[in-house]
Design a protein around this ligand. Structure first.
Ligand code: HEC
Length: 132
């Protein structure tokens, strides 16, 4: 009885140990791959660069515009095909002209984004024009 329970105890602890090992190894794999993989899974081939994404998301643009697909507003790639100059893009962000996009609801004027950031956004949108 006594030796039986000792070996049961051994079996039990070795199972515990095995489980521990398995969970450790899968954990370390996950941490090894986590940061890089996570973003590259989401990133399409031509996705928004991190520094632009920061500006866009804090300016709330990403709530309505995605890189390639239509959301509430047209995608940035589609806006780029209009061939606006950077100045025109900045002007249209501050003062949208809904006539340019009759299939969409009108965008409200954006008044809370600093000129410097508007310039960053505009030159990035402009750069998409020749991206594909
Ligand atoms: C509430 C939704 C919404 C938000 C937030 C928003 N947009 Fe828009 N945007 C739209 C819609 C809808 C259109 C198309 C209709 C229009 O131009 O009025 C548009 C159009 C545009 C255009 C094209 C203008 C034109 O006349 O061709 C640009 C450029 C643009 N948005 C940039 C931005 C930027 C940059 C931000 C963030 C600072 C932003 N938008 C935030 C909905 C939005």
């Amino acid at each position: 009885m006594n030796s039986k329970s000792t070996s049961l105890y051994h079996a039990f602890t070795s199972i515990l140990f095995a489980v521990f090992l398995v969970s450790c190894s899968s954990n370390s794999e996950a941490t090894l791959n986590a940061p890089e993989n996570h973003s590259s899974v989401k990133a399409e081939k031509s996705s928004i660069p991190e520094e632009i994404k920061d500006v866009l998301s804090k300016s709330t643009c990403l709530g309505c515009h995605k890189m390639k697909t239509k959301l509430i507003g047209p995608s940035y790639s589609e806006i780029a095909t209009r061939g606006y100059s950077e100045e025109e893009i900045i002007e249209l962000i501050k003062n949208p002209d809904p006539k340019n996009w009759p299939d969409y609801p009108p965008m409200a004027p954006i008044t809370w984004v600093a000129e410097k950031e508007l310039a960053t956004i505009a030159s990035w949108i402009k750069s998409l024009e020749n991206a594909e």
